[in-house]
Write a protein that binds this ligand. Structure first.
Ligand code: 3H9
Length: 691
């Protein structure tokens, strides 16, 4: 046998062990020996039953994603499953860790599934822009019913072993010694005798389906798909399982899979899957990490409270520091209220809430931070205030404690210079609400020690964040590019577009909302304050703010909002203001199409990304994609701005930037050298963009 697949026999039960670290993906070098082993065991009189299990930390986590887009080597997964279904003796999948995608499909090819209590089972292909292509859409509904299968396949969210048992997906859940229990189960089934019916022939659950209720559920899910093809294809495939004979439905699934796997959306989503994992790979990541078990947070406002919750959610102890008892009480009360809401929504158990609240300690005394391994300041965004905080921390924090500033814009090197231990300091730029948003920009300052960076990168993963290491510059990666994206917004309005037209171009592109809706949601006063602090002005937005139009919270901003509603309504007064400002400047307004809006907002976004790459503020183009998808809502089906630049044609982007540069003279349009090289070479890496 190959080392990827090993076979043993215990009391007449054959055990096939897949061993393909790290996650037992079904690569070609697994599929071939697996097929051969099963073919041999099918006809082996010495094997009365077959158990398929995995070595290492998990059952099969799916097809090998790195093989997509390359010619398929035989045997395919579908052939292995088809072979399994011809085995006349009982076949049992012994599931620990995760049975995902092709892994669960392999298990569905078995007669029975025995799972460890901690196991998770799911078909997450949709998250890669795919549908289950190994018969998952036709077999899963036969076990759990069409409605449950639809929910699992369209969401891609795995379920627990307990839930899988209740749904009919697994036959037994065991608390310990999974393999021994699975062998015992298989032996018992063999002794009891057949016939053993493959899942493909179990039609009872499907026959119960209420097709109109199914269609209503599918239509509801399709509404949330926002331009993505995979969720719709998933629903179509499950519907086929209800309405078509098994083999026809299976063939239709294959066609849908082939179309998706060769499409740009799935390429983009697969790119993001690897990009997120790549982002965690930093120089020095194998260094000895510092231990972090207690985290101090300075400031219990919205940001500090959210950060504190993020750490508590990851099981860390938290000391929350405020300047007064009153502010501390308010901060802790908000945290408790947030957890109560989670319990009422069913996303947190009462017990987990109690445990998390038990991790908090409040204080108004800096010396209480002395036992913290990491201290994150989340005070007012003001250099002098931050420097004062770090001045104090220098005297209080224990030796080796990591010091972090949660800043969105400020110079972390300058902050580091205010402490006696700059090697221990870095930036942690959380996104609001910090307990919900997945993105964390970790800002590496000039003197940050490599093991400090490695420790915080690991810690970010522990608390469920997608972390990207960035360098120091105004706004780091995300906010610096955001300001490039928005720099033409007011010009577009003055020259003829309405906020609604700009926002529609964005939502048609796939963004959850456009920049004006976003501004109204965040509050226009925030940008106004920032502009005033930096001596900048905005022709229209400043006037709106002077009139008290701060966005949703005041019922008026770029749009009107009916009492209590979040739905934006075009505001004729805002449009009149825009016309008046244009007239004052002698600008003749004209019709502006979606294409021009994209060229003047998203091309500068890409251009700024290229500059960031050139300066080394981001290490990889894919890191920038991770930032934009996880922190700013860039459509996942387009893979992030840098990946999308390839789809849109970098040569075309350069050409149009040059055009707008000639027209306006504005530096934002001047193509970056790195972007030009990308246009010539076809990859960011060969343009010199990777570390
Ligand atoms: C599918 O099955 C299609 C079929 O329906 C049809 C076929 C015809 N392939 O995430 P981690 C790598 S589609 C290749 O850091 P964790 C990953 O890149 C697939 N590589 O660990 C990383 O490599 P590196 C459906 C894979 O413990 C390393 O493994 N399945 C695959 O945090 C560790 O990964 C899925 O979508 C793969 N399938 O999480 C499941 N999976 O060390 C995808 C992982 O070089 N995987 N790698 O950076 C996951 O969700 C998580 O990896 C898992 C473990 C939960 C399993």
């Amino acid at each position: 046998m190959s080392s990827s697949v090993n076979v043993a026999n215990e009391n007449g039960v054959a055990i096939v062990i897949i061993d393909n670290p790290p996650v037992n993906a079904l690569s070609f070098h697994v599929r071939k020996p697996l097929y051969e082993a099963l073919a041999a065991l099918r006809d082996d009189p010495g094997a009365k039953a077959i158990v398929i299990a995995c070595a290492g930390r998990t059952f099969v986590a799916g097809a090998d994603i790195t093989e997509f887009g390359k010619p398929v080597e035989q045997p395919e997964l579908r052939a292995i499953i088809a072979l399994l279904e011809t085995v006349p003796k009982p076949t049992v999948a012994a599931i620990h860790g995760t049975a995902l995608g092709g892994g669960l499909e392999l298990a569905l090819g078995c007669h029975f599934r025995v799972a460890d209590r901690g196991a998770k089972l799911g078909l997450p292909e949709v998250k890669l822009g795919l549908l289950p292509g190994g018969g998952g859409t036709v077999r899963l509904p036969r076990l759990v019913g069409a409605a449950k299968a639809l929910g699992m396949i369209v969401s891609g969210t795995p379920i627990s072993a307990g839930e899988a048992k209740a749904a009919g997906l697994v036959d037994a859940v065991v608390d310990s010694d999974l393999l021994a229990e699975a062998i015992r189960f298989a032996g018992e089934m063999a002794d009891r005798g057949g016939p053993f019916v493959p899942v493909r022939d179990r039609n009872n659950r499907l026959a119960e389906t209420d097709l109109s209720a199914f269609d209503a559920q599918a239509a509801e899910l399709a509404k949330k798909a926002r331009g993505l093809d995979a969720p719709r294809a998933c629903a179509e495939a499950v519907r086929n399982a209800i309405t078509l004979p098994f083999d026809e439905a299976l063939a239709a699934e294959r066609q849908l899979f082939l179309k998706l796997v060769s499409g740009d959306q799935s390429r983009a989503q697969r790119h993001l899957f690897f990009a997120e994992r790549e982002a965690a790979k930093i120089p020095g990541k194998d260094l000895q990490k510092r231990t972090v078990s207690r985290v101090g947070i300075i400031g219990a406002g919205t940001m500090g409270g959210g950060i504190a919750m993020a750490f508590a959610n990851g099981g860390l102890q938290v000391t929350l520091l405020e300047t007064s008892d009153e502010a501390l009480r308010r901060g802790l009360a908000t945290i408790e209220k947030n957890y109560i809401v989670s319990v009422s929504r069913g996303s947190l158990t009462e017990e987990a809430k109690r445990q998390r609240l038990g991790l908090f300690k409040g204080s108004t005394d800096y010396t209480d931070l002395a036992d913290c391994d990491l201290i994150v300041e989340a005070v007012f965004e003001d250099m002098a205030v931050k420097k004062e905080v770090f001045g104090k921390l220098g005297a209080i924090a224990k030796p080796g404690a990591i010091l972090a500033t949660n800043t969105s814009y400020l110079d972390v090197d300058e902050i580091a210079a205010s402490t006696s231990r700059p090697q221990d300091l870095l930036g942690m730029h959380f996104f609001s609400p910090a307990n919900v948003m997945k993105l964390l920009e970790i800002v590496r300052a000039e003197k940050t020690a490599p093991e400090v960076l490695a420790t915080v990168t690991d810690l970010a993963r522990r608390i469920g964040k997608v972390a990207v290491v960035v360098g120091v510059c105004h706004g780091f990666v995300g906010n610096r590019m955001l300001s490039a994206r928005g720099s033409e917004n007011e010009f577009l309005l003055l020259e003829g577009a309405t906020p609604g037209e700009v926002d529609k171009a964005f939502t048609d592109f796939g963004w959850p909302m456009g920049p004006f809706q976003m501004g109204d949601l965040a509050g226009l006063d925030i940008g106004w304050r920032n502009r005033k602090a930096r001596g900048q002005t905005a022709v229209i937005a400043d006037t709106l703010c002077e009139q008290g139009h701060f966005g949703q919270k005041t019922g008026r901003g770029w749009y009107r909002y009916e009492a209590g509603a979040r739905e934006p309504v075009a505001d004729p007064e805002v449009e009149a203001l825009i016309r008046a400002k244009a007239a004052e400047r002698g600008i003749a307004r004209r019709e502006i199409g979606a294409e021009e809006i994209i060229e003047r907002t998203l091309y500068p976004l890409v251009n700024e990304g290229a500059k960031i790459l050139e300066e080394g503020v981001a290490g990889r183009a894919s890191d920038i994609d991770v930032v934009w998808v996880n922190g700013y809502g860039f459509p996942i089906g387009k893979g992030g701005p840098m990946f999308w630049a390839g789809l849109a044609g970098a040569g075309n982007i350069v050409e149009r930037l040059e055009h707008w540069h000639r027209q306006t003279g504005r530096a934002i349009f001047e193509p970056a050298a790195m972007l030009r090289r990308f246009a010539e070479t076809g990859s960011w890496e060969s343009a010199g963009g990777a570390r």
